[in-house]
Ligand binder design. Structure first.
Ligand code: SAM
Ligand code: SF4
Length: 333
């Protein structure tokens, strides 16, 4: 699949639930805390069929996200189904980490089960190492669980665990150095993300916004110069740097200030309520649940994927585009 701007689409991010055991202030606005009814959410069988169809169109990478994907019942069954789709060579999960250390009856941790089910990339959200700040940002006092989850991820043998930290002025601003030191000690790949205006305007005010350039300057003042690594890429739009005096690499995801953010976009998104979205930062979304439930053939669904790719914008329009009423939890960050 290729769009009009030469983006080759090989990556599908799937939100499997809008539910979450945390309440991050940038993701889940206080006034929008109603869950979708179960009937609105795609079943695992429906999700797996759509992944098969995407795979037949050249998608090789899947990231499972949410909401908190690990809160969905029997989620490991879904990963088992994904693991059976051979042409999907790269499976990842984005999680807040709180449930990774949980053990099943067999005694295995969730992290171990995921590793066994071909999950390669584990992305864990961690905005701060300060327990109070963590509770203030996420609405839950769950830093110890997240840290245990990260430990479980390491024990499960994930080659590289990525930490994602959203930058919020005046909230985690002072703790970035601690995150750098922690990632260094633990061998995690730390990435800082600019706050995106996906939910309500008040959370995402100019006062809360903390640009990556400033975070980089602050880190340089503390740890010495950072040198750009333009040839290092992961699957997304992060720009990577290495410290001049240390091999540690840090990623910066400048959704708002990097004007080339969309240049190499290879993604489509599927929301938990069955909408295909060509771009996170655009209002465009196309319902695939209704045709799916009305008995559309694989070919008809393939056509829908291709139509959505055709409508993929050249770049996001976050800068002019708040999306009141559409929660990040439902879209899947
Ligand atoms: N619950 C999982 C987690 O927290 O990683 C997966 C879903 S969450 C929506 C995925 C990512 O989106 C997280 O790294 C989160 O920090 C990020 N995110 C959520 N809302 C955001 C916003 N308004 N701006 C920037 N990143 C956001
Ligand atoms: Fe939940 Fe993740 Fe959103 Fe936080 S960022 S509320 S953990 S879905």
């Amino acid at each position: 699949m290729q769009d009009h701007f030469g983006h080759r689409i090989s990556y599908l991010r799937i939100s499997i639930t809008d539910r979450c055991n945390e309440r991050c202030l940038y993701c889940m606005p206080r006034e929008l805390q109603e869950w979708l009814p179960h009937s609105e959410v795609l079943t695992y069988a429906e999700l797996a069929r759509l992944v098969q169809i995407a795979a037949s169109l050249g998608v090789t990478k899947i990231r499972v996200t949410g909401g908190e994907p690990l809160t969905r019942r029997n989620v490991l069954e879904f990963f088992r189904e994904l693991s059976l789709i051979e042409s999907i060579t790269d499976i990842g999960i984005s999680t807040n980490g709180t449930l990774l250390a949980k053990r099943s009856e067999s005694g295995q941790t969730v992290a171990e089960s995921l590793a066994e089910l071909r999950v390669k990339h584990l992305n864990v959200s961690l905005d701060t190492l300060d327990q109070e700040t963590y509770a203030m940002i996420t609405g839950r006092d769950a830093l110890p669980e997240t840290l245990r989850g990260l430990e479980a991820g390491k024990c499960a043998g994930f080659a590289q665990i990525r930490l994602n930290s959203v930058l919020i002025r005046g909230k985690n601003e002072e703790g970035l150095g601690d995150l750098v030191r922690f990632a260094r000690e633990q061998g995690f790949l730390l990435r800082f993300i600019e706050l995106m205006p996906v939910t309500t305007a008040d959370v995402l005010s100019d006062e809360n916004f903390f640009p990556i350039a400033e975070a980089r300057r602050n880190l340089e003042a503390e740890f010495g110069p950072l040198v750009s690594e333009p040839d290092f890429h992961t699957n997304g739009p992060a720009l990577y740097y290495r410290f001049k005096d240390h091999s540690q690499r840090i990623g910066f995801i400048g959704a708002m200030t990097n004007l080339h953010f969309c240049d190499s976009c290879n993604k489509l998104r599927l929301t938990c309520d069955g909408k295909l979205r060509p771009c996170l930062g655009s209002h465009l979304e196309f319902d695939i649940k209704e045709p799916l439930r009305a008995g559309a053939s694989d070919d008809e669904l393939r056509r829908l994927f291709l139509d959505v790719v055709d409508r993929k914008p050249q770049q996001h329009d976050f800068r002019f585009n708040y999306q009141p009423g559409r929660k990040m939890v439902a879209i899947g960050g």
